[in-house]
Design a protein around this ligand. Structure first.
Ligand code: SAH
Length: 251
């Protein structure tokens, strides 16, 4: 059995009970960079630990090789845990891994995790929806550049007051901002960038579409980081609870 398992966003207490159970039962754990290494301490003695994570920018293992590793371990062991940061199906490629296993008649289960897309804003005091402020939110890849010939990201539809959470976008922030301004979003639209959310190193930089690129550059925020766009960011002024000192003013 292969458990395609979410490790949560960082804070180990955001691991689900089900994920903890399979981590303790696992014969092998195949894990990513974003999975909190503290979780691995829960593994039983003799459990094999296989790192297949991606370092910033460089890929330790391409996805097809990761698929192959999972498959080979499934042939070798009874209980395989594939541990991924956040939720395995939110930009986690868990679906691809499952399809690969399905073709080879290997049984699997998904164990959802607490995705960073919602929990990291929460730890920064930003609710992704809020009565009278935002009635919907979406989670978008921040990885695509605006000049990509055939963008799959529907920028034109991002004109409403919906909250937009961009994952994987830190190094592309200037392009994301440029695109939102291009479709007519106001320069004073609130933006937050949250780095290493739910961990003791969490840092949040807030600003507007007009200021955020410079502010994030000055702060030299490390990855992983996500970007929240929308008026819900203003609520942080009142609702922040987790970080110590830091910026709250949008101006
Ligand atoms: N499956 C994961 C997302 C994988 S994509 C999930 O559900 O959370 C990786 C991106 O997630 C990073 O580039 C970053 O944008 C975001 N991310 C993951 N953990 C984070 C954290 N602790 N703080 C801020 N962003 C995080």
């Amino acid at each position: 059995m292969v458990y395609l398992t979410g490790a949560g966003p960082g804070d180990i207490e955001l691991l689900t009970l089900k994920a903890l159970r399979v981590v303790r039962e696992a014969d092998v754990i195949i894990y990513d960079r974003l999975a909190n290494p503290e979780i691995l301490k829960e593994a039983k003695e003799g459990c094999e630990l296989v790192y297949v994570g991606k370092e910033d920018g460089k890929h330790t293992l391409p996805q097809d090789q990761i698929n192959e590793v999972i498959y080979q371990k499934a042939l070798q062991y009874d209980t395989v845990v594939r541990l991924k940061g956040g939720d395995p199906l939110v930009f986690g490629r868990g679906g691809e891994e499952a399809a690969f296993l399905k073709e080879r008649r290997i049984a699997y289960e998904f164990i959802p995790g607490v995705t960073s897309a919602i929990s990291v804003p929460a730890y920064a005091g930003i609710p992704v929806t809020h009565r009278g402020v935002a009635v919907s939110f979406r989670v978008v890849t921040g990885h695509e550049t605006p000049n990509k010939a055939q963008s799959q990201v529907d920028w034109e539809s991002m004109k409403s007051d919906e909250t937009i959470v961009f994952l994987m976008g830190l190094h592309n922030l200037h392009n994301i901002v440029a695109n939102l301004l291009r479709i007519g979003r106001e320069a004073d639209t609130p933006v937050a960038v949250i780095s290493r959310g739910t961990t003791p190193e969490q840092r949040t930089v807030v600003g507007t579409l007009g200021t955020i690129v410079d502010r994030v550059r000055e702060a030299a925020l490390p990855t992983p980081a996500l970007i929240v766009v929308g008026r819900v960011v203003e609520l942080r002024g009142v609702l922040r609870w987790y970080e110590g000192e830091g910026e709250t003013s949008l101006q």
